[in-house]
Write a protein that binds this ligand. Sequence first.
Ligand code: COA
Length: 153
Amino acid sequence: MSTVTCKEIHIGTPEHEQELALRGRVLRGELGRPPVPEIFPWDDQSRRYVALADDAVIACLLVHPREGLSKVFQMAVEPHWRGKGVGPKLMKFVLDEERKKGATGFFLHARHYVVHYYAGMGFEPVGDPFEEIGIPHQRMELRFLSEPTRSNG
Ligand SMILES: CC(C)(COP(=O)(O)OP(=O)(O)OC[C@H]1O[C@@H](n2cnc3c(N)ncnc32)[C@H](O)[C@@H]1OP(=O)(O)O)[C@@H](O)C(=O)NCCC(=O)NCCS
């Protein structure tokens, strides 16, 4: 199997184009909608992370830093890469990176069928389910209990 690596990417790069295409195909197309990504008002102010295999974007995840909890959104894995640990690997990378940048916690809106999946990564359900894009969702939160260990070196 190809090696999977995770990294932050930036707007205007070929990886950004691939991220947008993946979001459109997976997060919209798989719902039977036009495979065009939903662009949020905070999209351009968000940090964008991807997993790569053979130089191709196979997963993505965005974070919008906010006062209090940062918003994690648009998690998608290329269909033929699912079930291989790519999602959890990317999530761990992102949470570690964001924590180093000062994040103290995160929230996300989980589609109902992945609540157990995010729970396995440490997120906890908060509040009642609600509907978004025609799908039941659950707010979930993950709060760091202590400050990250900072290296002096
Ligand atoms: C969610 C996603 C990123 C997870 O990718 P992954 O890390 O490779 O993990 P998997 O695809 O194996 O999915 C994890 C779990 O969610 C379940 N799941 C994922 N998509 C599902 C769907 N459309 N319907 C029902 N269950 C689904 C899987 O069956 C699996 O359950 P299990 O742990 O009980 O086996 C990937 O399935 C995906 O891109 N899905 C479509 C986009 C999406 O729903 N994003 C999440 C938005 S909140």
